[in-house]
Design a protein around this ligand. Structure first.
Ligand code: CUA
Length: 319
């Protein structure tokens, strides 16, 4: 993908999709209300401190005590109730707007499966399986094409969060959740897992690539192709137990515990964002997966240098 625009800072205050906009708007309302309360309370505090500070000519007597002002009591009961009611209603509105949205005809559907510590991404209607990079088409307000995600987990609870596109949604075993986004700006948006899920929780990074409808269709066509099968390293690769965990379309490799490798080199990173996906890093990853990302489920296959060369060359051919 050429000319990639990377939105490097996942800024919740710069939403580019409807759910994220609704949430950001609500955050601004809550912040404004809290700011007003803060200014009022600290203003009264400062006035009190200055006006009633201890003076040299203080007579040392206790000031006049006042008990039971109905007006003051009504005011400090009613005002907080009104604030809470307003915030509750605004929140309920945003929650229902975000959660109750039904997928319109023509929406894109994808399934995101959380793993320790990477994201499996499936497009059941398109027959595509990939990892850690969710590709979605830009959704023009005139011709909306939102993406609806089904969120699943195969192990522990994770949380899917791409701040500029949508809110956080937990990814829970045996309890599919859903979320949607309709990004209007192209480029790569960064996200991460937002629920502590073990040793490499912080290295479970996510990239959402928002493409023009044409570029998205191009990507779909490339991903749907069977993996390249003419590389001399293929026979060696499928002779190893790599294929128990990884799949490469059109070969005996059909494992599903690890990421699908059919179009490995179309992805930008290895190990869910731990290192850039280059041939040198690929070699490092296969040789010492536990050094690159300690605790991950990829074992060291103990390949010798020759085998490593062959396997890396083969995997690097999987565009
Ligand atoms: Cu997955 Cu934290």
């Amino acid at each position: 993908m050429s000319g990639e625009i990377l939105h490097a800072i996942a800024n919740i205050f710069r939403p580019t999709s409807t759910p994220a906009e609704s949430i950001s708007g609500l955050s601004m309302l809550v912040l404004a209300v809290c700011l007003a309360i803060f200014v009022a309370v600290s203003g009264v505090l400062v006035v009190t401190l200055v006006r009633f500070r201890l003076r040299k000519d203080d007579d040392g007597l206790e000031p006049a005590q006042a008990y039971g002002s109905t007006q003051v009591e009504i005011a400090w009961t009613v005002i907080p109730i009104l604030i809470v009611v307003v915030l509750t209603m605004a929140t309920a509105r945003v929650v229902s707007e975000v959660q109750n949205k039904q997928a319109p005809p023509g929406a894109l559907h994808a399934t995101v499966v959380g793993h320790q510590w990477w994201w499996e991404i499936r497009y059941p209607e398109l027959g595509i399986v990939t990892a850690n990079e969710l590709h979605v088409p830009r959704s023009d307000p005139a011709r909306p094409r939102p993406t609806f995600l089904r969120l699943e987990s195969v192990d522990v609870a994770h949380s899917f969060w791409v701040p500029q596109l949508a809110g956080k949604t937990d990814v829970i075993p045996n309890h599919p959740n859903s979320m949607w986004m309709d990004p209007r700006v192209e480029g790569t948006f960064l996200g991460n897992c937002a629920e502590f899920c073990g040793l490499q929780h912080a290295n479970m990074l996510l990239r959402v690539v928002v493409q023009s409808p044409e570029d998205f269709e191009k990507w779909v066509a490339e991903q749907k192709q069977t993996a390249r099968r003419d590389h001399p390293g293929q026979d060696l690769f499928v002779s190893f137990s790599c294929i128990n965990c990884h799949a490469v379309s059109g070969t005996p490799a059909a494992g599903s515990f690890g990421p699908d490798l059919s179009h490995l080199m179309s992805r930008r990173t290895l190990g869910a964002g731990v290192i850039p996906n280059t041939e040198a890093n690929l070699r490092r990853w296969i040789k010492e997966p536990q050094t690159v990302k300690p605790g991950n489920l990829m074992p060291n296959m103990q390949l010798n240098e020759h085998e490593l060369d062959q396997v890396v060359a083969y995997l690097a051919s999987l565009k």
